[in-house]
Ligand binder design. Structure first.
Ligand code: MF3
Ligand code: CO
Ligand code: CO
Length: 249
C-alpha cells in the first residue's frame, strides 16, 4: 500500500530528518584517519538517544549497529567494528532514526582526510550529482521511473555505473515502506508521483561494474570487481511545489 502523508506528518518527518542530518554532520566531522568505525557508531547512537529518538537500524533484521559504515569497495550495510580508517578511504556513513514515530534516513560518502585521488573525486561528484538529479526529478505528476532515469543518466554520463540490486524506498512510520525507488531504468514508467509521497532516494554509484555480492557476515555488500563505490541518500517529500528535502540541518 502506498501511503501519502499529511502536511502535519511531513513536518514530523522533517524533525526526524533534521535529527539524522545533524547526527550525520557530527559523525562526518569525526571521520578522520585513525578512528575506529565502532567509535563512529557509538557517537551516532549516543546523539540519537540524547535527542529522545531510536536508532532505526539496530535490530532491523538483526543488524547490530546504529550506523552503516561502508569503506571503498563496500557498497552498503558495512558493520562498524575495530577497523581503523585511513587517509584516502572513501567511507559512506548511513544514519537512520525514529523520532516521535517517524523515520529519517540519510547517507553521505566522504574521503577520509579530505583529499580524494582524482578518480575518487570524480566518483564522489557523480554520486552527489546523481542524487541531486534524482531529487530534481521527484516532481508531482512525474513518474517514479523519472527518478531512476535521471540518476542513471547522470552517473553513466560520467563513466560510472549504478547498482541495480539495491534501491531507495518510501519512508514514514517504517524505514522501508512500499514502493521501491530504483536508481536506473526508463523515464515515464511506474506510479505517478503524488504530493504527500515521501521517498528515501539513494543512488549507489560504482567506479567499475554495477554488479555486487554479499560477504559472509550476511550484511556487507561489496562490488564484484572490488572497485570503489559511493552512496548518497536524502529523505524527500513530494509537494505541490516540487521536491522538499527533509534531511537538512
Ligand atoms: N539505511 C539503509 C537504507 O538506506 C538501510 C539499512 S538497514 C540496516 O535503506 F539494517 F543495514 F541497517
Ligand atoms: Co539509509
Ligand atoms: Co534508505
Amino acid at each position: 500500500m502506498i501511503i501519502l502523508r499529511t502536511p502535519g506528518e511531513v513536518e514530523l518527518l522533517r524533525e526526524a530528518g533534521r535529527l539524522v542530518a545533524r547526527v550525520l554532520a557530527e559523525v562526518q566531522q569525526a571521520t578522520v584517519p585513525g578512528v575506529m568505525t565502532r567509535d563512529l557508531d557509538a557517537l551516532a547512537e549516543r546523539r540519537i538517544r540524547e535527542a529522545g529518538a531510536v536508532p532505526a537500524f539496530k535490530g532491523y533484521r538483526g543488524y547490530p549497529a546504529s550506523l552503516c559504515v561502508s569503506i571503498n569497495e563496500e557498497v552498503v550495510h558495512g558493520i562498524p567494528g575495530s577497523r581503523r580508517l585511513k587517509a584516502g578511504d572513501l567511507v559512506s556513513l548511513d544514519v537512520g532514526a525514529f523520532l516521535k514515530g517517524y523515520c529519517g534516513d540519510i547517507t553521505v560518502t566522504v574521503a577520509v582526510g579530505g583529499s580524494p585521488d582524482p578518480v575518487a573525486a570524480r566518483l564522489l561528484e557523480a554520486g552527489r550529482g546523481a542524487l541531486a538529479a534524482g531529487i530534481d526529478a521527484a516532481c508531482p505528476e512525474g513518474r517514479l521511473g523519472d527518478v531512476g532515469a535521471a540518476i542513471q543518466r547522470f552517473a553513466e554520463a560520467r563513466g560510472f555505473s549504478v547498482v541495480r540490486d539495491y534501491c531507495g524506498h518510501a519512508i514514514g512510520q517504517a524505514m522501508h515502506e512500499d514502493l521501491q525507488v530504483p536508481n536506473f531504468g526508463p523515464a515515464g514508467r511506474g506510479p505517478v508521483l503524488k504530493p504527500g509521497l515521501v521517498l528515501a532516494i539513494e543512488p549507489m554509484v560504482n567506479e567499475g561494474t554495477f554488479e555486487v555480492e554479499s560477504l559472509e557476515d550476511g550484511w556487507t555488500v561489496v562490488t564484484r570487481d572490488r572497485k570503489r563505490s559511493v552512496h548518497f541518500e536524502h529523505t524527500v517529500a513530494i509537494t505541490e511545489e516540487g521536491p522538499d528535502i527533509l534531511t537538512l540541518v
